[in-house]
Write a new protein. Structure first.
Length: 370
């Protein structure tokens, strides 16, 4: 299989370079409310913005508040340093105030030739859906005009079909995590998922298929102490999962901003493409920013806990993330009331405090395995 670390740790990796040499145009985005499928029409392809191996945010600290999350600061630092110069443009979603400030500073400091922001409602009502569809159509109109691409229903249905084919493959891999002795660690699965967001998805298909065929009939030889679910904000650094799993558990299910559950479900195409994409995004993102949906999010997590036979849940919170900061306390309370052991971890975007992290996870594991 392809070296996943080389893909994840380099924005301008070999597959992206190959795509650009074939006249493909990479579009950077930050949030699940920017539908990848809309950035996959014509010769465009989506690249989830990340800041691998970031060492500090000295320049970004000048322009962003001290209480802005380190993910946002890391992206701005990378942009200032020129790491995103290979991108043909940027699409943001007004998912939180931090990302809006990133958008503002990108316009002020970087001045990209193409940059767009989608306004996202805070409720899942019919009027909110109509509003979001209008925002998606506005994005498509802007991209069509700037990049000279004819984006119509046929091209959107084709992009949806390709998207669904890829998600069906990822689902097959994810299903292996339900096995009692699953051959897939949480670290490897998340690397597959992150890599698929970093390059044109069609370039990852053969590698993921080869991996699936290699492990589908295997069983882990390691006896894991507990099956864990990992929940929380944007997670780019898989070393967090590696450390958690080094303490004897195995992450078999996740629900991140960028995670697989339930975002890897296919898009229903029994309606017009914009409606289908918007409904899929609204129904499967389950972001804490959405008001009045708390019970829905908790119930979905409880369903996954039962489906994947979870022994304990690790909830990770990026420091200064307002949205997850509001969500996390009632979420932990709801899970504990349901009898689920929960560990809360606060972290930065890049890995820090490794020793403390190991100690806390080890204590949690001991509390589960008595």
């Amino acid at each position: 299989m392809i070296n996943l670390d080389n893909i994840i740790e380099n924005n301008f990796n070999s597959l992206v370079e190959k795509a650009i040499s074939s006249n493909r145009i990479p579009i950077g985005y930050t949030c699940r409310y920017v539908p990848e499928v809309l950035l996959s029409v014509g010769n465009l392809f989506p690249v989830r913005l990340s800041a691998p191996q970031i060492s500090g945010t000295e320049m970004a600290d000048v322009y962003l508040s001290s209480v802005i999350c380190s993910y946002t600061k890391s992206l701005l630092e990378y942009a200032i340093e020129g790491h995103y110069n290979f991108l043909g443009g940027f699409v943001f979603a007004a998912g939180c105030d931090h990302l809006r400030r990133l958008y503002d500073n990108m316009i002020y400091l970087i001045k990209p030739s193409f940059i767009h922001i989608i306004d996202v409602p805070h409720k899942r009502t019919e009027s909110a859906l109509s509003w979001y569809i209008y925002e998606l159509k506005t994005l498509v109109k802007s991209m069509s005009s700037h990049f000279g691409i004819n984006i119509n229903d046929d091209s959107l249905f084709s992009a949806i079909k390709n998207h669904n084919n890829f998600m069906e493959l990822i689902n097959k891999v994810s299903e292996l995590r339900k096995k009692e002795k699953t051959p897939i660690t949480g670290e490897i699965f998340h690397k597959l998922f992150l890599a698929s967001h970093s390059v044109p998805k069609e370039m990852m298909i053969e590698h993921i298929e080869a991996y699936y065929n290699d492990v589908k009939d295997k069983e882990s030889k390691t006896k894991h102490k507990a099956r864990l679910m990992l929940i929380g904000s944007h997670l780019d650094n898989t070393n967090y999962i590696k450390i958690i799993e080094s303490m004897g558990g195995i992450v078999v299910c996740d629900r991140f901003c960028t995670g697989s559950m339930p975002g890897i479900t296919p898009i229903d195409i029994n309606c017009d493409p914009f409606n289908a994409i918007a409904k899929h995004t609204f129904n499967n993102t389950l972001c804490p920013r959405m008001m009045e949906d708390f019970d829905l999010r908790v119930n979905k997590i409880l369903e996954l806990i039962k489906e994947f036979r979870i022994d304990g849940v690790v909830v990770e919170l990026m420091k200064f993330c307002d949205i997850w900061g509001v969500e996390i306390t009632p979420l932990i309370s709801a899970l504990r009331k349901s009898g689920i052991p929960v560990l809360r971890l606060e972290r930065e975007y890049r890995l820090t405090g490794e020793g403390q992290l190991r100690t806390r996870v080890q204590a949690f594991m001991e509390s589960i395995v008595k």
